[in-house]
Ligand binder design. Structure first.
Ligand code: NDP
Length: 453
């Protein structure tokens, strides 16, 4: 570690104790940005980096609600308004028992760079709660969402802060949140994205993150004159991102052999075809069941329960060409990264946010595989959220083809920014530097223009 990175990281750790995910996200970015600060001392003297690391605002609130048995429950709600230099705060809401301040700060920090890369005018934010929608009735989820929005509504707005979904927040939750916002504020605006098609949503928004991660992989493969046709792919997760990643891989002629949830994973050597994917979508989105049921239905597949005592995840220990981590942060540890390389994987396109530990990222870069970090590869979701905001402002919806074409062009442009920026900073092929620096420059220049605020 250089002196600069070392001393900044010491400050970050002292100021933000017990937030390891935030430290990890900042560390990865500042390693890349050292190259920029050497060429642009004006950023250093304006303390741009130190300001980007500090959220503009952190909101923390009580979320009381009543469960189906009549018991009072109390959760904690958060919204991190990280940076608004290039547009209103924008980023998802996560409902998961693991949610805490450090995890949301890491996500909000990543979001700033990701949103900048999309070419659209969006600042960065993130929020959520330690509420667990799993096992709750629809009435309980509604009760929670209404209480959560009763407080959040005073902090957000279509020109201020526009939340969306993330883990545990899908169409059902966005509907309940939007209904409560509209009721309290008496206005129908694009205050949330990921809305239903009948009430302001955009075509392709549910598909966008997964499709985008696959388009990004296709662009990376294109640099070696290859395509996804005939490639075997490992996908983790089985939620929104994993489902539409699988769908687009099938569209482009690839084969997906794994999917997972927090209890285990399935391996299907024959490949998850469209009929099997439909089964997964029904299982996860309607019946809200466990991935194990896939192996009970398709007897040639194998289910392996999660074993937390193992130091690697066997999902990443299969022969394949590409990997699409699409579940959660740090799901690929160093052992997993080594297994991926050993098994011949040479494309990693991250649908999830920060799914690879920093040592794993370094290994991918050293091995010169095509590694697309989350803030570039999964930016398709927020990009189409940006397009949803445009359609809401115009009060005019675009067709499926129009949105999909724009998504494809945006992913192409993000890829090009990464490649060109990495080259300009003398690290060709390094998509991590490309994404971090490419995302940073636009925000930094806007901050320079706007003075010390
Ligand atoms: P979903 O809630 O739809 O699905 C999450 C999936 O990951 C589920 O299969 C879940 O299993 C699994 N999972 C969650 N936490 C863990 C864990 N701790 N260990 C193992 N498995 C876990 O979320 P999304 O698909 O929307 O999000 C997945 C990832 O993609 C996240 O990192 C998110 O930040 C990122 N992302 C999402 C975007 C979006 O538009 N939705 C945009 C950009 C990034 P189980 O059901 O058992 O919990």
């Amino acid at each position: 570690m250089s002196n600069f990175v070392d001393s900044l990281m010491n400050d970050v750790k002292a100021k933000n104790p017990s937030e390891p995910e935030f430290h990890q996200a900042v560390h990865e970015v500042i390693e890349s940005l050292e190259l920029v600060l050497d060429r642009h001392p004006e950023y250093r003297s304006a303390k741009i980096l130190e300001r980007i690391i500090e959220p503009e605002r952190v909101i923390l609130f009580r979320v009381p609600w009543v469960d189906d048995q009549g018991n009072v429950q109390i959760n904690r709600g958060f919204r991190i308004e990280m940076n608004s230099a290039i547009g209103p705060y924008k980023g998802g809401l996560r409902f998961h028992p693991s949610v805490n301040l450090g995890i949301l700060k890491f996500l909000a920090f990543e979001q700033v760079f990701k949103n900048s890369l999309t070419t659209l005018p969006m600042g960065g934010g993130k929020g959520g709660s330690d509420f667990d929608p799993k096992g709750k009735s629809d009435t309980e989820v509604m009760s929670f969402c209404q209480s959560f929005m009763t407080e959040l509504q005073r902090h957000i707005g279509p020109n201020t802060d526009v939340p969306a979904g993330d883990i545990g927040v899908g169409g059902r939750e966005i509907g309940f949140l939007f209904g409560q916002y509209k009721r309290i504020r008496n206005e129908f605006t694009g205050v949330l994205t990921g809305k239903g098609l009948n009430w302001g949503g955009s075509l392709i928004r549910p598909e966008a993150t997964g499709y985008g991660a696959v388009y990004f992989a296709a662009e990376m493969l294109g640099t070696r004159s290859e395509t996804l046709e005939g490639k075997t792919c490992l996908v983790s997760g089985s939620g929104n991102v994993a489902q539409f990643t699988t769908e687009k891989i099938l569209d482009l002629g690839g084969k997906v052999v794994t999917l997972s949830d927090s209890t285990g994973y399935i391996y299907d050597e024959a490949g998850i075809n469209r009929e099997k994917l439909q089964f997964i979508m029904d299982l996860k989105n309607v019946r809200r069941g466990r991935i194990k049921e896939y192996a009970e239905k398709y007897l040639n597949s194998v289910y392996t329960p999660l074993d937390a005592t193992m130091d690697y995840n066997p999902l990443w220990d299969h022969k394949a060409d590409c990997a699409f981590p699409s579940a959660t942060q740090n799901e690929i540890n160093l052992e997993d990264a080594k297994n991926l390389i050993k098994n011949g994987i040479y494309v990693v396109s991250e649908g999830a946010n920060m799914p690879t530990v920093i040592e794993g990222v370094r290994l991918f870069i050293d091995e010169k595989i095509l590694y697309g970090p989350g803030k570039a590869a999964n930016a398709g979701g927020v990009a189409v959220s940006g397009l949803e905001m445009s359609q809401n402002s115009m009060r005019y919806p675009w067709t499926r083809e129009e949105v999909d074409n724009r998504l494809r062009l945006i992913m192409k442009s993000i890829h090009q920014t990464c490649v060109e920026t990495a080259e300009r900073f003398d690290t060709p092929g390094n998509y991590v530097n490309g994404a971090n620096i490419g995302g940073f420059l636009k925000v930094a220049d806007a901050m320079m223009d706007q003075g010390v605020v």
